[in-house]
Design a protein around this ligand. Sequence first.
Ligand code: NAD
Length: 441
Amino acid sequence: MPHKIAKIGEPRGRLGVLIPGMGAVATTFIAGVEAVRRGLASPIGSLTQMGTIRLGKRTEQRTPLIRDFVPLATLEDLVFAGWDVFPDNCYDAALKAGVLDKTLLDSVKDFLSQIHPMPAAFDQKFVKNLHGRNVKKAKTKMELAEQVMEDIARFQKDSGVSRSVMIWCGSTESFLKASETHASLGAFEKGLLSNSPQIAPSMIYAYAALKSGMPFANGAPNLTVDTPALLELAERNQLPVCGKDFKTGQTLMKTMIAPGLKARLIGVRGWFSTNILGNRDGEVLDDPGSFRTKEESKLSALEYILQPELYPELYKDLYHKVRINYYPPRGDNKEGWDNVDIFGWLGYPMQIKIDFLCRDSILAAPIVLDLVLFLDLAQRCPEMARKGIQEWLSFYFKSPMCALSLYPEHDLFIQLMKLKNTLRHLRGEDLITHLGLEYYD
Ligand SMILES: NC(=O)c1ccc[n+]([C@@H]2O[C@H](COP(=O)([O-])OP(=O)(O)OC[C@H]3O[C@@H](n4cnc5c(N)ncnc54)[C@H](O)[C@@H]3O)[C@@H](O)[C@H]2O)c1
């Protein structure tokens, strides 16, 4: 029996991409999109640009590109704007970030140097190690939110975009636990008016985005939109949201390897992870408040994947430690070491050593692109938009947001299956279960 095809509006007109935090990740993303548009480079790592999706039975040989299967905006449709506490235009910011080489940046300089960040809604208390002067002034946090909403309205009018999405690529803020202020939209709005110390700048942007009718993604581990208050607003306005913390580097490796160890019932006694990195993100994470937020995000994946409560003999006593060390000579080219103490048959110990010489922003940029395009797809699809949290985008996050009654899914391969099955579901195709018994009838 054919399945129902979900209603999805066509991606007509241009798509605004609004980015709080125009540092290494954001500029690598924007410069990369422009380089791809000009035919200078390939969008490697992006599922929306290069990924395929198998449909039907293995014998049917139907494997379209994802972007031909669901109606996504094209790269040509994207228009960028954002905010930062530093006034550098995107060309200068990208040069300082030191991720992309100058030759590539120069080939898109005319484009990048025209993008100037708008003054930021910023509060030093949440990011101790940043000292910028491109900052908004206001008496209350509500006034700051209103200023951000005015920025959004101005951008939308001047650029003529038909719709927008917002994606936080700003620094990691100090650790915050959800409190009374975040318990409902009413309490949150009171907090904005009374300058509650429980409201971080990223929440002000998320509030402004949702009030302005656009989806919101959170690339950092901050609480941001993951509170009952802002989820209430997202659901009320039927807007997709997702987060938290782009899954790149070491956690990406962890969520590839840990499912494999568990699949073969190999025990893990300890997992020690340490990093050296020297970009601005590393400098911000040198502050214990910001590190705590990151640490919580990085620690949770293993616990959920290995399920020690189901396999106490294999994982109950696992010692998991994560360290991040700010080491300026490395810049954005981080090095992540993992030592994994494992044990097998009859308890015999073994070790795995991973030394990942990765480039953080190179891994993050395609994630930003996919999230922008998939969130836009979700906002054009009423069935998805009214759900608020887009759990099918867990694939991209270290701490995936999910319904309160659930635990997050961290296994990269389950996440990918969930993402692709969601797309199949939207297009009325059979979900793929990999049962495959029918091939032997
Ligand atoms: N690069 C990765 O692989 C990766 C992976 C996961 C998460 N992240 C997160 O993504 C974020 C961006 O990373 P990055 O390497 O680009 O860092 P970055 O320091 O280069 O850029 C962040 C930018 O945000 C700006 N900023 C901070 N607070 C702001 C505010 N309130 N309003 C506007 N701008 C603000 C800073 O001035 C800075 O330019 C960080 O939170 C990082 O932890 C990055």
